[in-house]
Design a protein around this ligand. Sequence first.
Ligand code: SF4
Length: 258
Amino acid sequence: MSAVRPVAAAELPPLPPELAAVPGRIHSLETAGTVDGPGVRFVVFTTGCPLRCKYCHNPDAQHLKDGEATTVGAVMAELAPFARFYRDHGGLTVTGGEPLVQPAFTRALFEAARLWGIPTALDTSGFLGARADADLLAATDLVLLDVKSWDPATYQAVTGVALQPTLDFARRLADRGTPVWLRFVLVPGLTDAADNVQGLAAFARALPNVARIEVLPFHKMSEAKWRALGRPYALFDTPAPTAEQVERVRAAFGPLAA
Ligand code: SF4
């Protein structure tokens, strides 16, 4: 980022005060994200999530109250010096936690980004998809839809909640033509059953708006966070998938898989 010429604030359209004042709670900001959407992303990690994924990478972002209070204006002020770079080479991604715990904040961030010509991406499990109103979706260029499993019982076991709201949201996005990158975390012994993978692959194939499928190998990099929180890490003995397992699952998802 250091080689990028900063943009003087005066070159950007000012944010309307009512947009800049929208409050939210965040875990952190990342200025050079490369795994949460196309190109280089300014990533906003919100707090609050109704799921309890066994492999959660951000267990310290699951509770809304654990976040730092901020505003859309404060977040966009961090992005502003490199607004042209994100506009041309990536965009803004809101993730978490679960961004749809704070739909007004997420919508206002996207509307602010749009004012500056910056592409937007929403990283969500879809469980709270009903909270994404038409205005939020109108300001969303891409949804990174994390479908944790196809089999409802496996989904419940992985996340602690029901699968159906995610499928409903996926179909709603398909109906309105919002581009989706579907994401699936491959966990040996938990999500890797052939029926589970093939069912999700068939569902994805039937959605014309799915532009890419990301098979994400399970890893244990968050184990230290769980330990620091004093919470048991259920997948302590679970190995990462082998390269062959990952390739087999990518092959099952077909040509859109990465
Ligand atoms: S949806 Fe994401 S933030 Fe929420 S529990 Fe699962 S992995 Fe963690």
